[in-house]
Design a protein around this ligand. Structure first.
Ligand code: NAD
Ligand code: MG
Length: 385
């Protein structure tokens, strides 16, 4: 197909969030190429209403019955789906080509599997679903021939660097990491961190959960496991380097010593756009980089002693089985507890490490066993109440 005539019909799960917002900017800028045919949002029903008005032919899904009834009444009786069953319906819309999943956490897993089963391409922002059930997601995609298009900026960068190249010549994937707001903190500083401080990310504007994950570096840990599944590369070939400016989004080192990198401004619109228009490139909403104005790019080793998340994730990703699902679910529960003021900042790492030791391990889990491990890990995060 020639690039001039591509038209992708896109369902956006999690349209009212931060990635959802970037996707809308891309869709507005490339309205000839991208048609929004489905939108879901669980929070912020006013924003979902605005989007529904902007995209009058899109199918809609609200979080629950009350929001769906409210939206429908505001939209002159337009049909609005709701809840988990509505997400499954949206994921399998006959009129779509691509489902972009940008729901925070693992709530997007079942709709993602449904989309793949229906032969849709899946643009994945929700890294948690690959951490929890990467093997199953990749298996279903292989089975139906659906493409998995990475939206996470690091994986999108690696996807770009690997395009058309032989994976057997890859020596290492190098994920870049901003280091988060506490890159230079001491152990004592970390014990006193408040949710407000942890939510203030130095380079990216993001949803609350991923902002906390970026502060603990669990975000990078989840991304190491995400990379293993997306690119079929073993954990020992996946490295992390701290790069505070967040301009290089990740790199691939090849066996001959050559390193390819992808650079762009800190705007998730670019990876969203590349995933939605792949393999074509168009002028979009992302600001170009001014390298001379930037002046320099810095790199450091991650501080594994103070931030145990990378070692925990490496262990989970290497051991496999239910361990990544346990790490991910315990982290989700611990982040909620931290944001609610019920757990200290280092308590997030402690809770995840404890859940990884306590929850019974299954080496070759079924999807049901993964879901059970996820629930057990959440229950293992106790914080007194
Ligand atoms: P967000 O909190 O801003 O938005 C989440 C969206 O999901 C909202 O539309 C919300 O209504 C919906 N949602 C939340 N819980 C839901 C549930 N249980 N069922 C159905 N819908 C639900 O999150 P975000 O920052 O946009 O991140 C979304 C995903 O993308 C996360 O997995 C995150 O790790 C990943 N990601 C985000 C960024 C970023 O820059 N924000 C970058 C890379 C990857
Ligand atoms: Mg990322």
């Amino acid at each position: 197909m020639s690039p001039e005539i591509i038209r992708r019909r896109v369902v956006v799960l999690g349209a009212t969030g931060s990635i959802g917002g970037c996707t809308m900017r891309v869709a507005r800028a490339l309205s000839e190429k991208i048609e929004i045919v489905g939108l879901s949002g669980r929070h912020n029903k006013n924003l979902l209403l605005e989007l529904a008005q902007e995209f009058p032919s899109a199918h809609l899904c609200a979080g629950d019955e009350t929001s769906s009834a409210w939206l429908s009444s505001q939209l002159g009786g337009r049909h609005v789906l709701q809840g988990d069953s509505g997400l499954l319906e949206l994921a399998s819309l006959p009129s779509s080509d691509v489902v972009l999943v940008a729901i925070v956490g693992t709530a997007g897993l079942k709709p993602s599997l449904r989309a793949l089963e229906c032969g849709k391409d899946l643009a994945v922002a929700s890294k948690e679903i690959l951490v929890m059930a990467g093997e199953e997601v990749m298996r279903v995609a292989r089975h139906t021939g659906s493409r998995i298009l990475p939206v996470d900026s690091e994986h999108n960068a690696i996807f770009q660097c690997l395009e058309g190249r032989d994976h057997s010549t890859v020596k290492r994937l190098i994920l870049t990491c901003s280091g988060g707001p506490f890159r230079q903190a001491t152990a004592a500083d970390l014990r006193a961190v408040t949710p407000e401080q942890a939510l203030r990310h130095p380079t990216w504007e993001m949803g609350r959960k991923i902002s906390i994950d970026s502060a603990t570096l669990f975000n990078k840990g989840l991304e190491m496991i995400e990379a293993k599944w997306l690119f079929g590369i073993p954990m020992e070939k996946i490295d992390v380097v701290i790069h505070p400016q967040s301009i290089i989004h990740s790199m691939v080192e090849f066996v001959d010593g050559s390193i390819l990198a992808q650079l762009s401004s800190t705007d998730m619109a670019l990876p969203v756009q590349f995933a939605l228009t792949y393999p074509y490139r168009f002028e979009g909403p992302c600001e170009p980089l001014d390298l001379a104005a930037l002046g320099r790019l810095d790199f450091e080793k991650p501080r594994s002693d103070l931030f145990p998340s990378l070692d925990l994730a490496r262990r989970a990703g290497s051991v496999g089985g239910t361990l990544p699902a346990v790490l991910n679910a315990a982290n989700e529960a611990a982040v909620d507890a931290f944001l609610a003021g019920k757990l200290s900042f280092p308590g997030i790492w402690e809770s995840v490490a404890r859940a990884m030791d306590e929850v019974p391990f299954v080496e070759h889990p079924t999807l049901e066993e993964l879901i059970a491990a996820d629930l057990a890990a959440r229950a293992a995060v106790s914080y007194g109440d």
